[in-house]
Design a protein around this ligand. Structure first.
Ligand code: HPA
Length: 267
């Protein structure tokens, strides 16, 4: 990890990011609009190559709205066959680079029947249904404790801040609980009924490992989901990746405006 940090510091000089953003489906283009230094994952010690089509796989460093930001353009998913260690490695590297606040975004399926495709949901809590945990293994006491408290993974202050920003922009946002499953198959209708019964508002295949790790190493965490479809069985039609991409594309403008307003407002 120290090799990765030294390698990156060599590229960015004295630009030390304070805020990290993991760009999910539909938000990736944010990094294209702000030129800064980009560092491909393939060059960074310990980073693996990203296998999902349409994900660039690089860290982009840029000053946005007066804040020094590092963006992950593409993330590592557990369903790609990566180990949990690989999935959360960039979060630990961001921590070591000095990042204090991590904004995690994703595409998700709406389990709450009130949610429509292209709604944005501020994540208030999560359910880890991946059957594993990114902190399994020897604990690094320099990063955090063995049994970290998870009472408030998503900082209440940041939930309120995101909410205020949305209000200011006139964007209607939902709030809710995100349940992570491994994927890559979408859920069955019975699994979606289970998710709802267990208290989920949205389901997806990412975010939770990164959020657990970031909170464990004392970062402030904000999570925003783009609801791309009604989860299986909530709607009568089946799901397709194309539909997810299309809804993410439709929500892109308000998603980007919200993230920019958050960057402007955040202390
Ligand atoms: N389920 C899981 N992950 C997703 C979905 C879904 O319905 N939509 C987008 N990502």
């Amino acid at each position: 990890m120290q090799d990765a940090v030294s390698f990156i510091k060599n590229k960015i000089g004295d630009f030390l990011p304070e805020i990290g953003i993991i760009l999910g489906s539909g938000l990736g283009s944010l990094a294209d609009e702000y030129c800064g230094v980009s560092v491909p994952y393939s060059e960074i010690p310990g980073f693996k190559a990203s296998t999902v089509a349409g994900h660039k796989g690089q860290l982009v460093f840029a000053e946005i709205c007066g804040k020094k930001v590092v963006m992950m353009q593409g993330r590592f998913h557990f369903y790609e066959g990566h180990s949990m260690e690989t999935v959360v490695y960039p979060v630990k590297v961001m921590k070591l680079l000095g990042v204090k606040t991590l904004i995690i975004t994703n595409a998700a399926g709406g389990v709450n029947p009130e949610f429509k495709p292209s709604d944005l949901m501020i994540i208030t809590d999560h359910i880890n249904f991946m059957g594993t945990n990114p902190l399994i293994g020897k604990n690094d006491e320099n990063l955090g404790v063995r049994f970290p408290d998870m009472s408030e993974v998503y900082s209440r202050n940041l939930v309120n801040l995101a909410n205020d920003c949305a209000k200011k922009l006139g964007i209607d946002v939902k709030h809710g609980v995100y349940m992570a499953l491994t994927g890559p198959s979408y859920e069955t209708p019975a699994e979606v009924r289970m998710a709802r019964t267990l208290g989920a508002d949205a389901v997806g295949m990412s975010t939770v490992p990164e959020a657990i790790t970031a909170h464990y190493c004392s970062m402030n965490v904000m999570g925003i989901s783009c609801i791309c479809n009604k989860a299986a069985g909530v709607s009568i039609v089946g799901l397709s990746h194309a539909e997810v991409i299309e809804a993410a594309e439709m929500a892109k403008q308000k998603f980007v405006s919200l993230v920019l307003e958050v960057l402007k407002t955040i202390k």
